[in-house]
Design a protein around this ligand. Structure first.
Ligand code: HDD
Length: 752
């Protein structure tokens, strides 16, 4: 007996009379749905996991193999025989190991975890996973870069994908977002254009994983709607320190629909509990060479060590009747809703606590589809979203080889799947029975459609009228106000980084016309911004700019009187992020033979107690002898690492250790580079001498406690001859929690 769904009128007549009335009427809740807990997806994947420990090698047909190193030949030196089925199978399987990489977001890293809502959101949505705070919904998350190929470096300047698959009891919900809340284009029909422009140029396949080339900026300079997103991509948001330290955004305005059918607009946010932090561009480029897997490794290591990445889900709720109250169109994906106008309500937490068992099976085969929503979450008429509703399913057909990709273990829902979609490449199910059509009487009318009372998805009955046309709404016409808002919201160092990034990117363009057009564009965003970029490129700021800017400003002023707006949004600045913890920060201790064990240990223990990861770095691996005697284990040799792979550096005292380091290029370079990249630097006792021997800039002060000098600069913490390191440690921890010391003077003069 089928006991799940509300039958259609027609099917109802065919339902055998022994089916309960509640089912016939579609009011009975789903009965065969798996109960969901944090481990539900992990359990679901369990039968697919394969551990070959203690087994014999077999062919794909299960036949044991006697030799996998020598092909079958006519004699030891003779030709290979076609009969050798093991050889042919092994080579054939190898030949077909690769599948097409994603056309965008090819490089990514995934992790399992769970999501739990803090309190029921039943006033807002009928989505069950958002209504029950007792439920931990399993998730799989994939972070990615957009432009580069699968093997490209992690730390390139790019948008980062932040895609979350929730395996809810009502089916899969995919929130396929980015770490930037707006997009380059307003209508999905332009997606192939923007992607062709940013990908390596088609004749030379150069450059890899970079927007710094002519075709991208040619497109951008001709398409004003890109302006707001360009500001974000040139900002430090595009070079995150870690996937664990970046925000995520659903970008589009979605709908939440509650049990009563009331709809509200919603913007989805992910807020990392560690705050939002970035790299420095010079550092990011160097890391791409030294450790191209920097972000992937960081995510993997954090999860392995139990430092689980955590993000809060934030909602901006906009009542339907408020939708027109802003100075932009809510359906325009190049716009944010400033948090100062609609606060972000933090409603639940995402925790990533398990690495995949197999990269290909999970991270590569996972297929996110924007169309995957559950009852209570619905779409809006954003034209970018609509293109996505088509594109994601379509792309998986090629990438994953056919229409049964939802049956691949990582993609299959934990909720039951029953339908008449059948056959096709790689069908894994064995549907039983004769009636694979609707309506049927031979199968008891099953599976039957359900009503909302039985958990069915019913599309929000939005009223629509209109004339068919290819057009862009006039309300999508303002491409500058929010770009200017972004500029206005940045701190001074962030503005400097934006200018430098623009100069870098445009300086890589061969066409002067493109540079000039972009300078004009940036000048419309902000005259000072445009002029600074022009100066960096050796160009004149565009003539007539003053008039354009004035006109734009007038238009904004006019809007201000009628619509809700802000002229700066402090929440957009990373300067205002969480800076209260050093958890998971990587800290280098530079040491050679003769280092002070007391200082090294006291500082290391204190940093580890605060949750940091501390490495002793020396000229070679093994152990070094401390000044007090006893050996200290070296974690990394300087040949393997560099300051770019650390968040802060500490130089303990010990005269012999410091004298040795003063004669080596690596420790001096380490200090110079850390300083240049605005990183906290700590030194105790003779360790201060190493700072003085480097090129870093600051002031030297006679030490209060002992002979010699201390060194002072923003984010540089030093002490000489203190018997108690408590104050030093407190100050150093505070400096590390700041992440970077952007206002450090004269850093540009330091050779690194
Ligand atoms: Fe997209 C992948 C995010 C616009 C077409 N997109 C993809 C991924 C993310 C996003 C995170 C990687 C998913 C994964 O890890 O497998 N995309 C976005 C966001 C957009 C956006 C936040 C704007 C708001 N995308 C967009 C448009 C189109 C696509 C307008 C097409 C009309 N996106 C794709 C795709 C991809 C994809 C070609 C490549 C691989 C895949 O889908 O599964 O279909």
């Amino acid at each position: 007996m089928c006991s799940r769904f509300r039958p259609s009128e027609h099917a109802r007549r065919l339902i055998p009379c022994h089916v309960e009335p509640a089912i016939r009427e579609g009011t009975m809740a789903q009965s065969k749905t798996a109960s969901i807990d944090e481990q539900a997806k992990i359990r679901d994947l369990e039968p697919e996991r394969k551990d070959s420990t203690g087994t014999h090698l077999t062919t794909d047909q299960g036949i044991r193999v006697d030799d996998t190193d020598n092909s079958l030949k006519v004699s030891a030196r003779g030709p290979t025989l076609l009969e050798d089925f093991h050889f042919r199978e092994k080579i054939t399987r190898f030949d077909h190991e690769r599948i097409p990489e994603r056309v965008v977001h090819a490089r990514g890293s995934g992790a399992h975890g769970y999501f739990q809502v803090y309190a029921s959101l039943k006033d807002l949505t009928r989505a069950r996973f958002l209504k029950d705070p007792a439920v931990k919904t399993p998730v799989f998350v994939r972070f990615s870069t957009v432009v580069g190929s699968r093997g490209s470096a992690d730390t390139v300047r790019d948008v980062r994908g932040f895609a979350v698959k929730f395996y809810t009891e009502e089916g899969n919900f995919d929130l396929v977002g980015n770490n930037i809340p707006v997009f380059f284009i307003q209508d999905g029909i332009k997606f192939p254009d923007v992607v062709h422009a940013v990908k390596p140029e088609p004749d030379r396949e150069i450059p890899q994983a970079s927007s710094a080339h002519d075709t991208f900026w040619d497109f951008a300079s001709l398409v004003p709607e890109t302006t707001h997103m360009l500001m974000w991509i040139l900002s430090d948001r595009a070079i995150p320190r870690s996937f664990r330290m970046m925000e995520g955004f659903g970008v589009h305005t979605f709908r939440l629909v509650n049990e009563e059918g009331k709809s509200r607009f919603v913007k989805f946010h992910w807020k990392p509990l560690l705050g939002v932090h970035s790299l420095v561009w010079d550092e990011a480029q160097k890391i791409a060479g030294k450790d191209p897997d920097f972000h992937r490794r960081d995510l993997w290591d954090a999860i392995e060590k139990g430092a689980y990445p955590e993000y809060e889900l934030g909602l901006q709720i906009i009542e339907e009747d408020e939708a027109d109250s802003f100075d932009f169109d809510l359906l325009d994906p190049t716009k944010i809703v400033p948090e100062e106008l609609v606060p972000v309500r933090r409603v639940g937490k995402l925790v990533l606590n398990r690495n995949p068992d197999n990269f290909f099976a999970e991270t590569e085969q996972v297929a996110f589809c924007v169309q995957n929503v559950v009852p209570g979450i619905d779409f809006t008429d954003d034209p970018l979203m609509h293109a996505r509703l088509f594109s994601y399913l379509d792309t998986q057909l090629t990438r994953l080889g056919g229409p049964n990709f939802a049956q691949i273990p990582i993609n299959r829902p934990v909720a039951r799947v029953d339908n008449h979609q059948t056959d096709g490449f790689h069908q894994h199910r064995i549907p039983t029975g004769r009636a694979h059509y609707t309506p049927n009487s031979l199968g008891g009318g099953c599976p039957m459609v359900a009503g909302p009372g039985a958990g069915a998805f019913t599309h929000y009955p939005e009223k629509l009228t209109g004339v068919k046309q290819r057009a862009r709404s006039e309300s999508f016409g303002d491409h500058f106000t929010q770009a200017t808002l972004f500029w206005n919201s940045m701190s001074m160092p962030e503005k400097e980084h934006l200018v430098k990034a623009a100069v870098f990117e445009l300086g890589k363009c061969e066409s002067k016309d493109i540079r000039q057009r972009m300078v004009e564009r940036f000048t419309r965003v902000d005259a000072g911004f445009g002029q600074a970029v022009a100066a960096g490129l050796g160009l004149a700021a565009h003539a007539g700019v003053g008039a354009t800017v004035k006109k734009a400003a007038q238009a904004v002023a006019q809007k201000l009187t009628t619509k809700r707006t802000v002229d700066a949004s402090p929440t957009l600045s990373m300067e205002n992020t969480v800076k209260n913890s050093i958890r998971t920060r990587r800290i280098a201790i530079l040491a050679e033979k003769g280092v002070s064990l007391a200082e090294l240990s006291a500082v290391r223990n204190a940093l580890v107690a605060e949750g940091a990861e501390v490495h002793v770095i020396s000229s070679r691996l093994g152990t070094i002898e401390a000044a007090e005697g006893g050996d200290i284990e070296v974690d990394q040799a300087s040949i393997h690492v560099g300051s770019i792979l650390y968040d802060a550096v500490f130089v303990p005292g010990g005269a012999a250790s410091v004298e040795a380091m003063k004669k080596l290029g690596d420790p001096i370079h380490f200090i110079n580079e850390a300083f240049r990249h605005n990183k906290p630097i700590g030194a105790t006792s003779e360790g201060v001498e190493l700072l003085l021997a480097s090129n870093i800039k600051g002031v030297t002060v006679a030490s209060a406690q002992a002979a010699g000098q201390t060194f002072q600069a923003d984010g540089v913490v030093t002490v000489r001859g203190a018997s108690d390191l408590t104050t030093f440690i407190q100050d150093f921890v505070k400096a590390i929690a700041q992440h970077r010391h952007w206002n450090r003077g004269e850093k540009e003069a330091v050779p690194a």
